[in-house]
Design a protein around this ligand. Structure first.
Ligand code: GDP
Ligand code: MG
Length: 684
């Protein structure tokens, strides 16, 4: 394993179809990791290894892989573009130190690239960009650079400009070293170095000056030499830009055509030159799992272990793989690790380096690396694993709440057990996927992020687990809330065997702002002040209301955006502490909710439709019928972009409808925005 400053943990992110998987395949090929290039459109890309991915030509699970370049070790995560799988992008960004953002040279900055860009902003992930597909008709490098500035609000620094475009795209001018790199039949697709073509000399000189001006912002020495008109070494330009990139203040931009093997080697160079090693990112912060004290761990092998589990995967042999980002310390097979969530110690049996669906055993992993561990039984996505003697808890990974569900039934009764077991395994891997039993119908209900998400689950059930399921119609996942404040009380009294069970509790419920969740507190005071109320009563009552809030009074959906206060109750002296208080509290909660004007909350989606002007009228008319709230209609090149908020239940089947409305010329993306009160009459 190389020294830590020679490691890069990076992701490749972009809009679907921009060419992420194609770029990744080239990375693997040119670094000697694979010997035959698989193409996405042949269903043979190495990184898209699930059968569902190969058939549909899309990336679903983020696959991790490792490759070597110029004496460095690159850990690479290929991430999916479809919004149904944003959790994959989100958790990848969380553990990566840098990202390569791929843009299509024709499509430019598309909606999904904007989403991913803002996710990367959130985690302050340094970025470089690659403008791909310059061989395609309509490719426009300068246009994409302008979009990076205008749409993403970033500071682009092109370190290359293309030589020729479309079918005349031959190579690039390297603006740092002022030379041409041509891919024209060199051995092994290596670029041939050449002088800058004469007809590009002026443009290249001007672009070089602009680049130095940019670099000067991050290095005083470069700034002084630039002002004095003195020559500046390429190494100084790289050093200055590297500093700006790591501080997320500038984005170096490269270009090429990955499918034609053009521009890939300089992109690998740029990963090493501009993106940070794990020791160049700020130390990770966390808290002590019990005392809550703030702790910091530097990315150093000598520090106590601090690792974040960011992904769980089942292998073909049903072994559980837990992907870890090691922020500090080292890990070896046989080590005990402390899980801050479960407060238990687990043992790591094996450590593996993962290459798509193949794995190699390793005997040690140091700070800054990404590895997979076997033998961990409880650790799940978002858990911190640390040294049992020096425990730490890192911030967990935000799981998105599922918005859509379907009932699923096994084809045969015999399959029921297998179905349940398989669903539990899938849920273990995927924090955005949930399984529950419907209390009334006894049906198994699965929920997730969208129709495609659940489709893939059903497909996997059949192929990987051999269970056939009958699937119902997709349903929206609702929540419940209340309209106003109300109070109620309940009493519970029963004689069981020799024991008297008693409880009496008064509860108040009040609405709280959207997105605030559930807060349960107690204002229970002893009255009269002596004897004091045993704290156990209060605990039981709080447990009671929290459990009851899981199933609301309207339709049994969890209650949200509510402040619950346990106000008090009768405490009988000499009576044993009993669950009576829990039962009474949950009944009081239900009564209070019924008084408080219960409401259904439904998921509202942020939808973006990109449509040629000619079809704008039809698209808007249709969105109005779906009760869409149009927020903005903007220009994007020759097309119009409609941003609109629409209730999810009105978006079922939209892709088919949009295709027929626009003769297949419009596209859309959709993601969860918020929950809002459903207009009651229409809820079905
Ligand atoms: P992803 O969805 O971002 O992973 O994109 P893919 O790598 O799957 O690529 C989408 C499609 O674009 C595939 O059919 C690729 O063959 C094609 N593609 C990728 N790179 C290029 C390129 O440089 N030029 C052209 N013309 N097509 C490309
Ligand atoms: Mg892909």
């Amino acid at each position: 394993m190389p020294k830590i400053d020679r490691v890069r943990n990076i992701g490749i992110v972009a809009h679907i179809d921009a060419g992420k998987t194609t770029v990744t395949e080239r990375f693997l090929y040119f670094s000697g990791r694979i010997h035959k290039m698989g193409e996405v459109h042949d269903g043979e890309a190495q990184m898209d290894w699930m059968p569902q991915e190969q058939e549909r030509g899309i990336t679903i699970t983020a696959a991790a892989t490792t490759l070597a370049w110029r004496g460095h070790e690159l850990h690479l995560i290929d991430t999916p573009g479809h919004v149904d799988f944003t959790i994959e992008v989100e958790r990848s960004l969380r553990v990566l130190d840098g990202a390569v953002v791929v843009f299509c040279g024709v499509g430019g900055v598309e909606p999904q690239s904007e989403t991913v860009w803002h996710q990367a902003d959130k985690f302050a992930v340094p970025r470089i960009a690659f403008v791909n597909k310059l061989d395609r008709v309509g490719a426009d490098f300068d246009g994409v650079v302008a979009q990076v500035r205008e749409k993403l609000g970033a500071v682009p620094a092109p370190i290359q400009i293309p030589i020729g475009l479309e079918d005349r795209f031959r190579g690039v001018v390297d603006l740092v070293r002022m030379r041409a790199l041509l891919w024209e039949g060199g051995p092994d697709d290596l670029p041939i170095e050449a002088p800058i073509p004469a007809d590009m000399a002026d443009a290249a000189r001007a672009a070089h000056e602009r680049l130095i001006e940019r670099a000067a912002d991050f290095d005083d020495d470069v700034a002084t030499r630039f002002l004095e008109g003195k020559p500046i070494e390429p190494e100084a330009i790289v050093r200055a830009l590297r500093r700006g990139t790591i501080a997320c203040k500038v984005v170096p931009i490269l270009c090429g055509a990955a499918l034609r093997n053009r521009g890939v080697q300089p992109l690998l160079d740029a990963v090493i030159d501009y993106l940070p090693s794990p020791v160049e990112v700020p130390p990770i912060e966390g808290t002590h799992p019990t005392s809550g004290e703030k702790l910091v761990r530097r990315p150093d092998d000598k520090e106590p272990l601090a690792a974040l589990a960011f992904k769980v995967q089942m292998t073909d042999q049903s072994r559980r793989l837990v992907y870890l980002r090691i922020y500090a310390g080292t890990l070896e097979p046989g080590d005990d690790v402390y899980n801050a969530r479960t407060k238990r110690i687990e043992k790591v049996a094996r450590l593996l380096q993962v290459h798509a669906n193949r794995r190699e055993r390793i005997d040690r992993a140091g700070a800054g690396t990404i590895v997979a561990a076997m033998g961990l039984r409880d650790a799940g996505t978002g858990d911190t694993l640390s040294s049992p003697r020096k425990p730490i808890s890192l911030e967990s990974i935000e799981a998105h709440e599922p918005v859509i569900s379907v009932a699923i039934e096994p084809k045969t009764v015999a399959d029921k057990e297998k179905l349940d077991a398989s669903l539990v395994k899938i849920a273990d891997e995927d924090p955005t996927f949930r399984v529950r039993e419907d209390a009334e119908t006894g049906q198994t209900v699965i929920s997730g992020m969208g129709e495609l998400h659940l489709d893939i689950v059903v497909d996997r059930l059949m192929r990987e687990f051999g269970v056939e399921g009958r699937v119902g119609k997709p349903q929206v996942v609702y929540r419940e809330t209340i309209a106003r404040t109300a109070e109620a009380e309940a009493r519970f009294e029963r004689r069981a065997e020799e024991e008297a069970i008693f409880g009496q509790v008064r509860v108040r419920v009040a609405p709280s702002p959207r997105g605030s969740g559930v807060a349960a507190t107690s204002e229970w005071r002893s009255d009269p002040p002596l004897p004091p109320v045993p704290p156990e009563y209060i605990q039981l009552a709080l447990e009671g209301v929290r459990e009851a809030s899981q199933a609301g009074p309207l339709a049994g959906y969890p209650v949200e955006d509510i402040a619950i206060t346990v106000l008090g109750g009768e405490v009988r002296e000499g009576l044993a502490i009993s669950v009576g208080y829990k039962v009474a509290a949950s009944e009081a909660f239900r009564r209070a909710c019924k008084e408080a004007g219960p409401l259904l909350l439904e998921p509202i989606m942020a939808v973006e439709v990109v449509v040629p002007e000619d079809f704008l009228g039809e698209v808007l008319g249709d969105l109005n019928q779906r009760r869409g709230r149009i927020e903005d209609v903007a220009f994007r090149g020759a097309k119009r972009v409609v941003r609109v908020k629409v209730p999810l239940r009105r978006m079922f089947g939209y892709s088919t409808e949009l295709r027929s409305l626009s003769q297949g010329r419009a596209t859309f993306t959709m993601q969860f925005a918020e929950r809002d009160v459903a207009d009651g009459a229409a809820v079905g």
